[in-house]
Design a binder for this molecule. Structure first.
Ligand code: ZN
Length: 117
């Protein structure tokens, strides 16, 4: 199962386009990444052993999929559909990474010293 998130520049663009995103998530990207980490951590007990993948998505991907499906690009549904597409296409990073593996956020730091700290 893929969980969508936005890389830093894309998060800034997305929150300008769809300010309601800030109802649930902080604007500042480090705080946003921590909130994504907390969200997947909270989801994990309900997965019955299935692995989550974190997958970065873009506004263009969301708008293309929403237009194709006739749904609101600002909706969580649109983001979820893109996350599923991108995960199926192999763009997701399994969560949690190993403690000494590179962090899912692409910082280049080990997971234990980054979002997994
Ligand atoms: Zn990280």
């Amino acid at each position: 199962m893929g969980v969508a998130w936005f890389e830093e520049a894309e998060w800034q663009r997305a929150t300008q386009r769809w300010p309601d995103l800030l109802d649930e998530m902080p604007a500042e990207h480090a705080a946003y990444r921590a909130a994504v980490e907390a969200k997947v951590k909270a989801m994990q007990p309900n997965l019955r052993g299935a692995r989550l993948a974190l997958v970065p998505i873009t506004i263009e991907q969301i708008e293309a999929r929403a237009a194709a499906d006739g749904i609101d690009p600002a909706s969580a549904d649109a983001r979820g559909r893109v996350a599923a597409d991108r995960t199926r296409a192999g763009h997701g990073v399994l969560w949690p990474p190993g403690r000494n593996d590179g962090c899912w956020c692409g910082s280049g730091a080990k997971y234990k010293r980054c979002c997994g700290a």
